[in-house]
Design a binder for this molecule. Structure first.
Ligand code: FES
Ligand code: MG
Length: 578
């Protein structure tokens, strides 16, 4: 092992196990109670393995076995592994939305690390919010950290057609509503779309965030692209275990790895991947935890330069993460966009990102396109501002009908999801393909938790006429697997009185992506009249976690962290003597 900065007595866990006093007697005797001997821990780093496995997280099912492989690696390298289970956050099964609980996982991660005799951590996550939740907590604790991604599931299959998570759910649902497929077909799609453990295999939030974790420097090179059932994924688990022990000795911490450069690298990677819109919220939150003022403007600026080169659905219409892996994976994509990266940024390998990708190669240039033949010539996301969204909103221009890059149409406004759902099904709805559908009170406080409602369904009447995209707008988020002309994350949100609360059905709405503009054509005097008449809605919660969430949640443009958590690397981990 190279480069040991720490001696055994410098380890944080030494204060639990290494000293001779009454408390340490308790720590040792109680560890012996579990069947361990002094040999198991003496002079060894204690590696906390934060595992987000649960019986009801379909994407993390294999973590129950993989954790044994992480432990195998830790033991091989001379560490003492302890598994610490954390809340799991299954994207489809947790209600009302996992976003309500991302910060809870972040808090849990931070406090699990803080309160236990842990010297370094392996984070096991992948399903959407688990990656940012785990990383936010670990960044705040600032002990050596490595991220072990769940890996994408295999491609879906229906009658020999590739199916993509999420994206094909929306697509075939529209086909069902339009009468183009039968109920029997729809049932078969249900059986074929999720064929193995692992996270969504489109470029949804999960693939986006694990790839961002790798581009930030937290994942062993290439790790984020390995399909969950591939034996390379098992070996990656053991490699993480071995490497984290070295990192504990080297004292290689998040604060050594994270710089403004590493954040700009992960934004460039996100843009080139055609990332989920959720990336903006999570990267802003992680950046602020690390003490960097990363904001929407960084995404917009970097997105103007970096084209989308990863041809993965919902961008493009053919390939999935499994194809991306065979084409060379994230390493090859990073190599492709290397002119846009700060290659010196440090990673968990102890080497720079440039060194990590030095030998990477693209094996299929239709899946990972060269810079001069991208699938979209500028980045995936744009940030718009205007009188409807003074603090900004987001649009995924790489996965929508280009006619909505510049559009003016009349608003059709819904105050809540049930009203919208009923209207969408109404065959007599007064709407055309030029209508701008608006859903409000679905933001961080209003949702609550900013649910993924932002891809409002195209009204059934119009679907039957063949309409597949419309301009839609909300203070909600949308799934990374979604697509269409959806303006999201409007800030400030309607529930707290943002201007989105003042728009009325029939107002003309203009979007102009070239000018980065979103506007309602209503004059200021009229807006003032409406503002004076606006009445806040009832509180969503009167007690419990939801109440605390409502008190402290920040707006989307600030990353939706709790106001009392977003500081830089946080309190020192040298707690009072124990
Ligand atoms: Fe877990 Fe999509 S449901 S990543
Ligand atoms: Mg998702």
């Amino acid at each position: 092992m190279s480069d040991h900065k720490k001696k055994p007595e410098d380890l944080r866990s030494h204060r639990w196990y290494g000293v001779q006093d009454l408390r340490a007697f308790g720590h040792r005797s109680r560890t012996m109670q579990m069947g361990y001997d002094a040999e198991d821990w003496t002079g060894k780093p204690v590696i906390g393995i934060i595992n987000t496995w649960s019986d009801i997280n379909q994407c993390h099912v294999h973590f129950k076995e993989r954790v044994a492989d992480v432990k195998r690696g830790v033991l091989q390298a001379g560490g003492f592994p302890i598994e610490l289970p954390a809340i799991s956050l299954s994207e489809p099964l947790v209600k009302p939305t996992t976003m309500l609980y991302r910060n809870l996982l972040a808090i849990e991660t931070e406090e699990l690390i803080r309160s236990h005799p842990v010297d370094a951590v392996v984070l096991m996550g992948g399903c959407d919010k688990t990656t940012p939740g785990l990383l936010m907590g670990a960044i705040s604790m600032d002990l050596p950290t490595i991220f072990f991604p769940a890996g994408p599931m295999l491609r879906g299959n229906w009658k020999g057609v590739k199916l993509g998570s999420g994206s094909d759910t929306w697509k075939y649902y529209d086909d069902l509503r339009a009468g183009k497929i039968t109920q029997q077909d729809w049932n078969e799609v249900e059986e074929g779309i999720a064929r193995s453990f692992g996270h969504c295999m489109t470029m949804g939030t999960a693939s986006t965030m694990t790839s961002i974790a790798e581009a930030l420097g937290f994942v062993l090179p290439g790790g984020a692209s390995i399909p969950a059932p591939d034996s390379n994924h098992i070996r990656l688990a053991a490699q993480c275990g071995r490497r984290i022990v070295e990192m504990a000795w080297e004292d290689l911490k998040p604060s050594d790895i994270l710089t403004r450069d590493s954040f700009e690298n992960c934004i460039a990677a996100a843009m080139a991947m055609g990332c989920s819109t959720n990336a903006i919220i999570h990267v802003v939150a992680m950046g602020r935890r690390a003490g960097f003022d990363i904001g929407l403007e960084d995404f917009d600026r970097i997105g103007r330069d970096v084209p989308v080169v990863a041809n993965i659905r919902p961008n493009g219409d053919t390939y999935l993460m499994e194809d991306f892996y065979y084409a060379g994976g994230l390493k090859a994509m990073l190599k492709t966009i290397e002119p846009h990266l700060k290659s010196d940024a440090l990673t968990v390998t102890g080497r720079s990102i440039g060194e990590n990708i030095a030998s990477a190669q693209v094996y299929d240039s239709d899946v990972i396109r060269p810079l001069d033949n991208p699938i979209y010539e500028s980045g995936a996301l744009v940030v718009l501002k205007g009188n409807l969204a003074p603090d900004g909103c987001v649009m995924k221009v790489s996965a929508m009908d280009s006619r909505f890059l510049k559009h003016t149409g009349p608003a059709l406004v819904f105050d809540d999801y049930p009203a919208m759902k009923a209207a969408i099904a109404d065959e007599n709805l007064d709407a055309t393909e030029d209508t701008v559908l608006i859903l409000r009170n679905a933001g961080p406080k209003g949702g609550p938790g900013m649910p993924e409602w932002g891809m409002l369904p195209v009204p059934t009447k119009l679907v039957k006429q063949g309409v597949r995209d419309m301009l839609r707008m909300s203070d909600a988020r949308m799934s990374g697997t979604s697509y269409g002309a959806c303006i999201l994350h409007v800030a400030p949100e309607a529930y707290i009185g943002g201007p989105l609360a003042l728009v009325q059905t029939g107002d003309m709405i203009t979007v102009d992506v070239e000018k980065r503009l979103i506007q309602m054509e209503v004059d200021d005097a009229e807006l003032e009249r409406r503002r004076a008449a606006w009445k806040p809605l009832a509180p969503r919660y009167e007690r419990g976690y939801g109440w605390m969430f409502s008190q402290h949640i920040l707006q989307a443009d600030s990353g939706c962290d709790f106001d009392y958590l977003e500081t830089d690397f946080g309190a020192p981990v040298d707690e009072p003597a124990i």
